[in-house]
Design a protein around this ligand. Structure first.
Ligand code: ZN
Length: 272
């Protein structure tokens, strides 16, 4: 099996202890060549300053997290979401990010209308697509595990994400997160469809038992996901990019970030 692509740090992995400045310095210090900031730490530093510092450190921005969250109970809420996505596209452009990761949104509060929520997602994406194309920012649709369908993403499978990409056309792709797709019996067939459209590869692991549906992700190698297998399928579908480590974990957030990065580097070579 070929070696995994270069490592990238998704800043959420160390979010309790490091802001963006520390993440940039940490990546440089540890020889990690990629970074993927979340917008909260980006806003705290300021986008232009962040872009300059990341460039000066020689890091590749493998993605910006995140756009999306299109679903809302009323038109005003949906409009605010569109406006926020426009700002996210501008930020991704400023950073030279490989993609803007899209977490599309769950059911609006109080709603049981799942098809309606999916329509809101499709409509929202349609509305921002021209702007993303003009900026050269790829919208990377990230299907999320169906357990988060109600509160985070009504986009649950790679098949759904690719159907949307088919409808939307140029300027769209998928963010493949092993945490969200590992269970999917249709994964290999869908990945073949994803040829040339995988914009990001997110790595972590699925722990048994999982104690929190969002904040109990594992370090690669500590759970049940066959990451090398999924990576091989992604590479067969043309993906040649970074392995971005994205671990939302109350446990890992307590650790010293320098230690987290050391473990990441080790597991990148042994478990990815
Ligand atoms: Zn992800």
């Amino acid at each position: 099996m070929p070696k995994p692509g270069p490592l990238s740090l998704n800043t959420v992995t160390v979010k309790e202890r490091w802001g963006l400045a520390e993440c940039i310095e940490g990546c440089a210090r540890h020889g990690i060549p990629g970074i993927s900031p979340w917008r909260d730490v980006l806003a705290a530093m300021g986008v232009q300053k962040a872009a300059r510092r990341i460039r000066d450190a020689g890091l590749t921005v493998t993605g910006l997290c995140r756009g999306g969250m299109f679903t809302a109970p009323d038109a005003a809420g949906r409009r605010r979401a569109i406006d926020d996505n426009r700002r996210a596209i501008a930020e991704a452009f400023e950073l030279g990010a490989a993609c803007l990761v899209m977490v599309c949104g769950g059911l609006p509060p109080g709603s049981k209308d799942l098809p309606g929520a999916r329509e809101m997602v499709r409509d929202g994406l349609h509305e921002i697509l021209a702007e993303a194309r003009a900026a050269g920012v790829t919208l990377a649709l990230e299907p999320l595990h169906p357990m988060t369908c109600a509160d985070r993403s009504v986009l649950s499978t790679l098949a759904q994400a690719l159907d949307l990409c088919d409808q939307l056309g140029a300027g769209t792709g998928v963010a493949l997160d092993v945490y969200h797709v590992w269970w999917d019996p249709d994964l290999e067939r869908q990945m073949a469809r994803a040829q040339g459209r995988i914009a990001a590869f997110h790595a972590c692991d699925w722990l048994v038992p999982t104690t929190d549906t969002v904040f109990d992700r594992g370090m690669m190698g500590d759970g049940v996901i066959d990451i090398p297998r999924i990576r091989a399928i992604a590479e067969a579908a043309g993906y040649k990019g970074f392995v971005e480590v994205e671990i939302l974990s109350k446990r890992w957030w307590q650790e010293n970030p320098d230690d987290v990065l050391e473990v990441m580097k080790l597991r990148h070579t042994t478990a990815c």
